[in-house]
Design a protein around this ligand. Structure first.
Ligand code: ISE
Length: 336
């Protein structure tokens, strides 16, 4: 039996998920594309052969011809829509962040705990990226010895106009907060956040430089620069006692011209993480079909952990200094 998926939100990510579900995820059917703009919903539905287009997300997720929900609407709608999916008894793949507010994430966790099972997979797709997987494997296999440090760079061409000064921490950095926790297999202890001198902190996408200390004592730095201008560039290096692992971004070609050799950067994250999105969405469909939550996917607890780190990061930016990261007790439903 195919899994009939409704996509909520047909912006840049919703449209990409519609394409993936329609063309690249075996066993999935693109049933409904829902967007606040009827024109946009219709356009994306038609482009990818969806059975229907709609504008009311809550009515859409309750439809009897919809088995599972893919939430790709604006950040502030993620928690209410996942709550509605849980209430309707339907699994949901929710784009990151689960919420920018950790209390809202706890609300989602409470709803799942009350029903005694997980419904929500959070779209931290980097966990499925082959280069991060190899990095994690090198650590888990003992090849690197113990992990000591991890360096991370996250650069976008240009911050969207809707970005605020804090969204480098609350919208972009959650990818690193999650994938670093995933690779190292430990939680955070504290965060400090710095900005280069002369930066207007209220400016859209002002750069931030964060230092996280893990509970196991490792040091992690994260640069987020949403206005890096030259291309979408994510880099990382995990440093262990016996060696290190760099992430290699897949580059399909190398160009030679004008006495130079160069590789191109993509304008946004979709090409860099195309394989990760594909594998993530396959894992979600498998979860819907079998009831078995992927061993590597992020769940609502992971969404909560990223939100707590982001809140502490915003506090560290505003107050200056080092902020302790304190988390609620993890319910047994989320122990792996
Ligand atoms: C965006 O929402 C994403 O998820 C991208 O992966 C990230 O690079 C970008 O900074 C975010 O704004």
């Amino acid at each position: 039996m195919s899994v009939r998926i409704a996509i909520i939100g047909a912006g840049i990510m919703g449209a990409d998920h519609a394409r993936l579900v329609a063309e690249d995820v075996p066993g999935a059917v693109l049933q409904v594309v829902c967007d606040a703009s009827p024109e946009r919903a219709k356009q994306v539905a038609e482009a990818h052969g969806a059975a229907d287009a709609a504008t009311d997300p809550f009515a859409t997720l309750r439809r009897s011809d919809v088995d599972a929900i893919l939430i790709a609407s604006p950040d502030e709608t993620h928690a209410p829509l996942t709550q509605a999916a849980i209430a309707a008894g339907k699994p949901a793949l929710c784009e990151k962040p689960l919420s920018q507010n950790s209390a809202e994430c706890l609300g989602v966790i409470e709803a799942e705990v009350a029903r005694g099972r997980r419904f929500v997979q959070v779209g931290f797709m980097r966990r499925f990226d082959p280069s991060y997987r190899e990095m994690k494997m090198a650590l888990d296999d003992g090849f690197l010895g113990s992990a000591i440090m991890m360096h991370n760079f996250h650069r976008n061409v240009e911050a969207p106009p809707s970005f605020t000064g804090q969204m480098a921490i609350t919208n972009s950095a959650p990818h690193e907060f999650d994938v670093v926790r995933f690779v190292l297999g430990t939680d955070y202890h504290a965060i400090s956040v710095f900005q280069p001198a002369g930066v207007d902190a209220s400016r859209t996408g002002a750069p931030v430089f964060m230092v996280l200390e893990t509970q196991a004592g490792q040091l992690v730095n994260i640069e987020v620069n949403n206005n890096a201008a030259y291309g979408y560039d994510v880099r990382g290096e995990l440093v262990g006692e016996k060696g290190s692992v760099f992430l290699n971004a897949p580059a399909p070609s190398r160009h030679n011209a004008a006495l130079m050799a160069f590789e191109r950067y993509a304008p946004d994250w979709r090409p860099r993480f195309a394989e990760a999105y594909r594998l993530q969405n396959k894992a979600f469909v498998n979860f819907v079909r079998t009831g078995l939550f992927s061993a590597i996917a992020a769940d609502a607890w992971d969404g909560y952990c990223a939100a707590v780190a982001a809140e502490a990061g915003v506090e560290a930016l505003e107050a200056g200094g080092r902020i302790d990261i304190r988390m609620a007790e993890r319910p047994s439903l989320y122990r792996r």
